[in-house]
Design a protein. Structure first.
Length: 569
């Protein structure tokens, strides 16, 4: 039986401090909230060990003086993410005849205890320990098992996702199932399959009667799984725990990050949740940290475009903008450009959101709006760091645009991105932000618009005849690529997952800002007029470059049509 007295009274009787301290602690609790034991510790009236001992007396629970990290069952650790363990101050210790022994600092946190029970799939027996001793134990145990637990799904090599999902459908008592059989194995299998298929995003989407899982492979979404609605809360909670998110908060959007190792690859996952009418929707963006950075001549640029880019990235000052929608490969192009010019003689600084790849020898900063570490503030500080080249992840507002332009006018080469449909529209976007046209005209040296198109699978592609009417769908100009007799089409095989495409490459539109374009910018003309002038001077549009890749058998007419819009007349 426990002690019916309040915790403060038990502590007072054990430690002998005056009653006024209890009154003071209660007043503090009324004003600011918190647990009475924590308040007494902050007042230096009691020690954390005293509070745990008093809790043990009050709740009739065993108390651990010290956690023996060497005696902890490492198999249990694989089921509990370290972020969750640290946040909730708990650590699974060992298996007993009537459940799993779990050290906790707050036995009244029933939410955390229920979550651990679900993750372990067995009854638990909480024992008390101080928060610090639990943290020390977590650090020792997880460090010891890092080699064992580094690969989340090493045992899932070759596992069939449908088989794992089918296990959930069986009317089996989950308490009788294997510890990792239901939810954890499903989530791990999803991540393993996504990495194996080179997917960029995993979508978990609650529907009215079930939940759907879709993968974005080579820029296109494919549904790969549907499972019962009753598993929705468990699956989403598992993902949120992995990302260190608040699983109790289901009404607000949340963002987090997961870092895991799958099949020997270090994978960073950007996690986003939003509430919908049928439950929380989860999107995980996968970034392979072990992926090799592309060289500038490996990302699909035509020879003329590549020659111009090599000249541009070696300029001493000016702004080079890369434009396109989200997921069009802008960051890859900028990294390839920086990698090309990176040398000990040049000081290169970048400000990004987020830092996707770490470049040796380059200073990279991750923006953090919560502490006012914005693009503009970092860029302002950069100018005092004696840079030669600056990369700004994105120009989002007038302040960032003006500082970037001032940097270019004072002898710095600036790389950045904006979200526009084509190269000419980037000029008008800057003016719309509020930048004076004369500043845009004097600072811009070139604008590169780009898209990613899927490349035809070399194992199943087929040659097919093409008519002039089909070819004219690309809206080619008279001086464009002539109509070929045959092109290649997507078919589909096992290697390309029946899509007919395997991998992606870029198509590009490079607008060089010469004297004629500068005069147009100064006169504040519209983007279509600027684009027509650039085309008249020989600029290849996105569709022109796409048509060239169709002729060379790199991609298909349908794919170029999908990712581009019709050029201006």
């Amino acid at each position: 039986m426990g002690d019916s007295r309040k915790l403060g009274e038990i502590l007072r009787s054990r430690l002998g401090f005056p009653e006024e301290k209890i009154v003071e602690a209660l007043d503090h609790q009324v004003e600011r909230g918190g647990r009475i034991g924590e308040i007494l510790v902050s007042m230096k009236v009691a020690e954390a060990e005293d509070v745990v001992q008093a809790l043990g007396v009050q709740l009739d629970m065993p108390v651990l003086e010290e956690i023996d990290a060497g005696a902890v069952d490492s198999e249990l650790i694989h089921s509990i993410p370290i972020n969750f363990a640290k946040q909730q101050r708990l650590l699974p210790l060992s298996r007993t005849g009537d459940g799993i022994l779990v050290a906790v600092s707050d036995p009244l946190n029933t939410f955390a205890l229920d979550e651990v029970r679900m993750l372990l799939g067995q009854p638990i027996r909480p024992v008390l320990a101080t928060g610090q001793s639990i943290l020390d134990g977590i650090n020792k145990v997880y460090d010891r098992t890092a080699g064992e637990a580094g690969a989340l799904v090493d045992d899932l090599e070759g596992a069939d996702l449908d088989t794992v999902a089918h296990e959930l459908e069986e009317p089996e008592d989950l308490l009788d199932a294997d510890d990792e059989a239901p939810i954890i194995r499903l989530v791990n299998s999803l991540l393993f399959q996504a990495v194996k298929e080179r997917c960029s995003d995993v979508h978990i989407e609650p529907m009215e009667r079930d939940i759907a899982v879709r993968f974005r492979r080579d820029g296109v979404l494919h549904e790969i799984l549907r499972t019962q609605k009753r598993f929705q809360a468990s699956v989403i909670s598992r993902v949120k725990i992995m990302g260190g998110l608040n699983i109790a908060e289901k009404r607000l959007p949340q963002d987090g990050r997961i870092r895991i190792k799958i099949a020997g690859k270090d994978i960073d996952i950007r996690l986003s949740t939003v509430p919908t009418v049928h439950g929380e929707r989860v999107v995980m963006r996968l970034l392979d940290r072990s992926a090799v950075l592309h060289d500038l001549n490996e990302i699909g640029m035509a020879e003329s475009c590549l020659r111009s880019m090599n000249q541009l990235i070696h300029k001493s000052h000016g702004i080079l903008l890369v434009t396109g929608p989200t997921g069009s490969g802008k960051t890859t192009t900028l990294y390839a450009s920086l990698n090309k010019i990176n040398s000990p003689e040049i000081n290169i600084l970048t400000v990004e959101d987020p830092v996707e790849y770490q470049l040796p020898g380059i200073g990279q900063i991750h923006v953090n709006e919560k502490i006012d570490l914005s693009f503009a503030n970092v860029l302002r500080s950069f100018l005092r760091q004696d840079p030669d080249v600056i990369m700004v992840g994105e120009i989002r507002d007038l302040q960032t645009a003006e500082i970037a332009i001032q940097a270019s006018l004072t002898g710095h080469l600036v790389f950045s991105t904006v979200h526009t449909n084509d190269a000419a529209s980037a000029v008008t976007r800057l003016v719309d932000m509020g930048v004076e046209p004369f500043l845009v005209a004097s600072s811009l040296v070139a604008i590169l618009a780009q898209r990613l198109v899927r490349t035809l699978c070399p194992n199943c592609t087929q040659e097919t005849a093409v008519t002039s009417s089909e070819w004219q769908k690309l809206a080619l100009r008279e001086n464009g690529t002539p109509c070929p007799e045959t092109v290649y089409k997507a078919v589909g095989c096992q290697k390309c997952f029946k899509t007919g495409y395997l991998g992606r490459t870029g198509i590009y539109e490079l607008l060089m800002v010469g004297d004629e374009i500068r005069q147009m910018v100064l006169k504040n003309v519209d983007s279509n007029t600027i684009k027509r002038a650039a085309m008249a001077r020989g600029m290849l549009t996105l569709r022109d470059d796409g048509a060239d890749k169709v002729v060379r058998g790199v991609t298909s007419i349908e794919e170029v049509m999908r990712v581009t819009q019709e050029d201006v007349a």
